[in-house]
Every structure is written in C-alpha cells, then in structure tokens.
Ligand binder design. Structure first.
Ligand SMILES: Nc1ncnc2c1ncn2[C@@H]1O[C@H](COP(=O)(O)OP(=O)(O)OP(=O)(O)O)[C@@H](O)[C@H]1O
Ligand SMILES: [Mg+2]
Length: 265
C-alpha cells in the first residue's frame, strides 16, 4: 500500500508524471486509484479518458447532491450544522472512472483547505474520503495536487506516505520546491522526494543537483525533456500509449521502481 502525492509549481509536469506513474503501477500489478485534486482537473485526458466523457465529470467537491446526501447539508446553506459520520466506501464505486489504461480515476476537485480550519460540509466529505482510502496491500493511490503551497495543510499529511515535489531546472521552480519540501516535512509526511523534470542538458542537471545538495533536499530522479510528452499533451492523447519507449516515460518508470524499493525497505 502506497499513497503518493505529486506537487510542485504550476506547469512543471505534475499531471504528466502522475499519469505515467499511475499507469506504470498498473503494469506492475497494482490496483491504482488516481485522485485529481487540482481545482482545474485534467488528469482524465492524460489517462486516456475520451474528452466527451472527461467534460461530464463533476468533481466530488462540487457535487452538491452527494455532499447533501452524505452530510445532510448543502455547502452554501448549512448554518454550521451537518453530520460527521457517514459512509464513504460507496463513493469510490459510484464515482471513480476506469480509464482505458486500467487506472481508476476519482476527480476530487481541490482538497484545498482539507486541513485548515474550514469546516464546511464539502471539506468534511473530502476529509472523510481521504482518511478512508483503501489500505490493501496491492493498492496504490496517486494524487495530482494543486500547484503551489497554499493548499498544503494538516489534512495532507493524514493521507500521504510519499510527497513527490516536481521541479524544473530554474531557480523559481526550485524555490517553490524548497517551500513545499519544508512544509511537507513540517507536516510530518514520512518521505519527501524531489524529481527534476524537463532536463535538457548537463547544465540543467547540475542546477537541480547543486540546489538539492545545498539545501539538503533528497533528489529521487531526473526526467529528460521529451518531445513526445509535449506532443501527446498538445494532441490530447494519453501519454503512455503515445510512445512506451520514449525517454521521459522510461525515466518515470525508473522513478517508479525506485519508489517501490523505498516503500519495501
Ligand atoms: N518531461 C517533459 N518533457 C517535455 N514536456 C513536458 C515534460 N513534462 C511535462 N511536459 C509538458 O509541460 C506542460 C505542463 O505539464 P503538466 O500539465 O503535466 O504540468 P502541471 O504541473 O500538471 O501543470 P499545472 O500546474 O497547470 O497543473 C505540458 O505541455 C506537458 O506536455
Ligand atoms: Mg496539472
């Protein structure tokens, strides 16, 4: 059982890496639940869910009827009163979508203030869902997080074993990376690991390696800039099918193997 979250500055490659990681875990025999926790969700396309189907998905955090059914209150009309005990297991069965790649996708919408003071019914539902994530041995959960740091609250650490922080070779992206690393560590997340993405040269490599070394950040993997990842995304195609042997995909598969080694050690 592994619960992995993928975070980082906007546009660094979180969704691409989450998607390929989730599909690699399926290929390795895991039952994988991918959670899209971005307020602008788009992991569905990366996983090969057709655009017409993806457009119809209502994120859990915006599903007013479901929130009312469970908590007894509608998000904008709850006067501070709602139920805190309700079952959430059925939500996975009813609302997760099986992608062609075999990954089950649950579009959560933002898990934003899940750990911060907001006690609205939508948050109560999402907190309950995350707390009850399946805990069987051959299951893995991969969460595509919202960009930046604002959403990282106490709630995050309750459900995550490994935080992957994706960065590009730029000081701006690396500074955000350090902030997320520090926050995640303070929150008590057991493993916080850096992944350098879109690496085009030895000098890019050196920028990331030196920054990590100087700031005591654990670097898990470097992923090369890969024209095929860019192209698949531009065409709205599922990344994995596009080119299994593509250098970016191979590097993410290697990263996945390292993660499994860490989980087993
Ligand atoms: N290794 C790579 N090589 C080339 N292009 C990449 C690579 N990784 C990601 N990209 C491209 O970078 C862009 C942003 O990627 P992606 O959507 O995965 O980032 P993100 O961090 O999820 O962004 P957001 O913060 O908007 O959610 C996309 O066009 C994607 O194709
Ligand atoms: Mg994204």
């Amino acid at each position: 059982m592994m619960k992995i979250a993928v975070s980082g500055k906007g546009g660094v490659g979180k969704t691409s890496i989450t998607g390929i990681l989730a599909q690699t875990l399926v290929q390795k025999g895991f039952k994988v639940l991918a959670i899209d926790a971005d307020p602008n969700p788009n992991l569905a396309l990366t996983l090969g869910i057709p655009i017409t189907q993806a457009r119809k998905i209502v994120p859990i955090s915006q599903n007013m009827d479901l929130i009312e059914e469970k908590t007894g209150a509608r998000p904008n009309d709850f006067r501070g009163l709602y139920r805190l005990s309700f079952t959430v297991n059925d939500i996975y069965d009813k609302f997760s979508i099986r992608s062609p790649s075999g990954v089950n996708l649950l579009v959560m919408g933002t898990v934003g203030s899940a750990g911060s003071g907001c006690m609205c019914p939508a948050n109560a539902l999402i907190r309950a869902l995350l707390r009850h994530l399946l805990t069987k041995k051959d299951h893995a959960v991969v969460v595509d997080m919202e960009a930046g740091t604002e959403h990282l609250g106490r709630g995050t650490s309750e459900f995550i074993d490994v935080m992957i922080v994706v960065t590009e070779p730029s000081v701006k992206a690396l500074e955000t990376t350090k902030k997320i690393f520090d926050l995640s560590t303070q929150l008590g997340i057991p493993q916080v690991l850096i992944v350098g993405n879109k690496v085009t040269s030895f000098s890019d490599e050196a920028i990331i390696k030196q920054y990590c070394k100087r700031n005591d950040l654990s670097l898990l993997e470097l992923i090369p800039y890969d024209e095929n990842i860019k192209k698949a995304d531009a065409l709205g195609k599922p990344l994995m099918n596009f080119s299994q042997k593509s250098k970016g995909i191979l590097a993410i598969q290697k990263m996945c193997a390292e993660l499994l080694n860490i989980a087993n050690s």
